[in-house]
Design a protein around this ligand. Structure first.
Ligand code: HEC
Ligand code: HEC
Ligand code: HEC
Ligand code: HEC
Ligand code: HEC
Ligand code: HEC
Length: 307
């Protein structure tokens, strides 16, 4: 109660000072975070506003000449899920570091790490709805993830833009396979988005014109002599991430049977100890667990999984 009263009277003092516009207010208010925002804003005005606009809406004077429009940094729906690490990487090394257009230049040669950190603190203040740290989803790097023919980012599609998994992997609920999207499916959006100035997206157009499928490198694979139907698992409500890990946080998709992701997967499905993902022990453990806890009829007999 006392604290509340103090708070309220402090509020009154501060309000008076704000109205008065006195220098004392500025001294009182200059917390480290405010300093970061202030410095960040100054750096932003000097280096970024020409494209992203003074307000951050992506409408600066240089934006008109760009085919891929500078990102609207005020759109919290798109920006808030992206972790600091992603934003720092784009500002330091340029758009291509995350598969984005090279018309977003890298500033690593001009700005130090501290300035880039302050820029990110400032950018966070632009977002509507307002940013809070719990909204950012840290990236997951899976060792040994392959290099794909096109730098396709789940962080952007499934993380930031929140396109549903099954929009692209549309066979998952009705067949054995989840399936990869066709070139036509990509073109449905990319006829327009990023068509002329992002070389990664130009590749989609090249495959489309040559009538070739994009030769994606397969990541999750079990041997031919086993039968795995997606349909049955999706229908019973097992999340994609339970088996594949947090795909929407992977810059490049990989299947890790090593320590970290494995631990995550195991704790997700409630195992204390368990077999590495994609092994027979992993399938069986989960089937047993589900049958016991959820009364499902997941098969444990050899022939259902091995015809
Ligand atoms: C020459 C124009 C230009 C300048 C200068 C510029 N940007 Fe960009 N920026 C872009 C474009 C274009 C994109 C969109 C790229 C895409 O979507 O493929 C972008 C994208 C971004 C993104 C990615 C946002 C997202 O949603 O993925 C961030 C963050 C960003 N810019 C921050 C900055 C900062 C900070 C500065 C100043 C240090 C800056 N930009 C300067 C053109 C510019
Ligand atoms: C539902 C619409 C949609 C579909 C379908 C789609 N994309 Fe995208 N894609 C987007 C949006 C939105 C962006 C972000 C645009 C921006 O701000 O730069 C994007 C960005 C990209 C980028 C640049 C950033 C990155 O992710 O590296 C590439 C490359 C890309 N898409 C490839 C593909 C490929 C390949 C396919 C098909 C497998 C595909 N997209 C399907 C909407 C879509
Ligand atoms: C815009 C289309 C798009 C969306 C949305 C999308 N994906 Fe993908 N996904 C792809 C493409 C293209 C590939 C192949 C390239 C790669 O591995 O990154 C892929 C690869 C994968 C793979 C690895 C396939 C293999 O070879 O084993 C998994 C698993 C996956 N996606 C799961 C998901 C999940 C889970 C979501 C939702 C959180 C999702 N995807 C959302 C397009 C998409
Ligand atoms: C119960 C575990 C499990 C769940 C849940 C699951 N997958 Fe899979 N997924 C696998 C396995 C195992 C493979 C390898 C299958 C093979 O090699 O035949 C795979 C393969 C894939 C592939 C590679 C292409 C293909 O069709 O084989 C994609 C893409 C994929 N999954 C996406 C998804 C998406 C999207 C979801 C959610 C809608 C999902 N998966 C749910 C276990 C799972
Ligand atoms: C829930 C599905 C499932 C069931 C039930 C199942 N298996 Fe498997 N089995 C797999 C998968 C997936 C693999 C491939 C991954 C691996 O080698 O661990 C496999 C691999 C194997 C292998 C090859 C191992 C190797 O090292 O190459 C043999 C042999 C095998 N299973 C025999 C059996 C027998 C016998 C039964 C019945 C007692 C059985 N399986 C039940 C899914 C299953
Ligand atoms: C995260 C838990 C989980 C994992 C991991 C898992 N399954 Fe399943 N599986 C289930 C559940 C739950 C069912 C559905 C039971 C039901 O419908 O009653 C199921 C059903 C099945 C079925 C029966 C399909 C049908 O049409 O009835 C097969 C075959 C199968 N799983 C194979 C596999 C194989 C092979 C693997 C390993 C590569 C695997 N599963 C991994 C949970 C899992």
């Amino acid at each position: 109660m006392n604290a509340l009263v103090r708070w309220l009277s402090l509020g009154a003092v501060v309000t008076t000072l704000v109205i008065g516009g006195g220098t004392l207010w500025r001294v009182l208010a200059a917390s480290p975070a405010d300093q970061d925002v202030k410095t960040g804003r100054a750096v932003y005005t000097q280096y970024c506003a020409t494209c992203h606009g003074t307000s951050g809406r992506g409408d600066g004077p240089s934006a008109a000449g760009l085919a891929t429009k500078p990102a609207d940094l005020t759109d919290g729906r798109l920006m808030n899920a992206l972790p600091d690490e992603f934003l720092v990487n784009v500002v330091e090394r340029g758009g291509p570091a995350e598969g984005l257009a090279p018309t977003m230049p890298g500033f690593g040669a001009y700005l130090g790490a501290e300035q880039i950190r302050q820029l990110v603190v400032f950018m966070r203040t632009l977002a509507q709805p307002a940013f809070s740290p719990s909204m950012a989803r840290p990236l997951v790097t899976v060792p040994g993830a392959p290099t794909q023919p096109i730098f396709f980012s789940h962080v952007i599609h499934a993380g930031s833009f929140q396109i549903a998994c099954q929009h692209c992997h549309s066979d998952a609920r009705r067949s054995e396979y989840a399936g990869l999207p066709s070139v036509e499916r990509c073109m449905g959006c990319h006829k327009i988005i990023g068509a002329t100035d992002n070389p990664e997206i130009r590749k989609i157009h090249d495959y489309y014109q040559r009538r070739e499928a994009i030769p994606w490198v397969r990541v999750f694979k079990i041997p031919e002599f086993t039968y795995f139907p997606h349909k049955a698992h999706v229908r019973v409500g097992v999340e994609c991430q339970t088996c594949h890990g947090p795909i929407e946080r992977m810059r490049v998709v990989g299947a890790d049977t090593g320590r970290n992701l494995r631990q995550d997967l195991l704790s997700l499905v409630g195992f204390r100890r368990g077999a590495p993902p994609l092994t027979m022990g992993w399938c069986i453990d989960c089937h047993r667990d589900y049958n016991r806890k959820k009364n499902t009829k997941a098969p444990l007999d050899c022939v259902t999984c091995h015809h």
